[in-house]
Design a protein around this ligand. Sequence first.
Ligand code: PEP
Length: 242
Amino acid sequence: MIFAANWKMYLNESDSNEFVKQMHLEKENFVDKDIMIFPSFSSIRSVKDNTLFLPKIVIGMQDCSHEITGALTGDNSINAIEVDACIVGHSERRKIFNESNEIIKRKLDNALNNVASTILCIGETKEEKDKNETFNTLENQLSILPKELHKSQLIIAYEPVWSIGTGLVPSNEYISEVLSYIKRYLNELYSDEICDKILLFYGGSVDENNIKELSKIGNVNGFLVGSASCKFEKFKKMINAI
Ligand code: PEP
């Protein structure tokens, strides 16, 4: 089971260093675990340098530019800094930054071609769920996947928008049904060999109280956790629970 921490814009560089210092002090909780951390862009270098004591840790970008280089003030190329992973298509990017499927596809291609692991986030809004349009939405979001996968490990994170940061968590049955749908979609697109390598995560209001129960879902390979992952004690509890 993989634990992926999306620190969003919650921790600045000094908060991130403090967090990692705590991890070092209690490293027996983390050394043999599969952990991914997505700090703010400006903290990536420090977090990378200060987590060398964890041989398995993966540090990544929360997003990348749709371009590799060029006149894009304020944007960050996937090659801006060496990272192991990148998230694309997070619902906050889709909603707040109006990112279209077209733009996300270009980001996805850049990530897939340049880093070891790429997380594509997908998920329906409350309105789409209420109108029974969940699978249509997911199909549309998955339609940007390339026909072939070569370099990067693909991870699909199912994150219902209505669950992110709200405390609302779908039942295990609901999540499992959606993940089965995603698996069927991937099976139509890729060979069995490729499908076996693709991982499925759940994300949305995961915390130290519900992660154990959520980890009973048969087809979930990991969790993408936002706000609860920014608090060290919660982070530690969640990692120890799975
Ligand atoms: C996320 O931002 O990917 C997320 C799942 O957020 P939260 O855990 O805060 O709901």
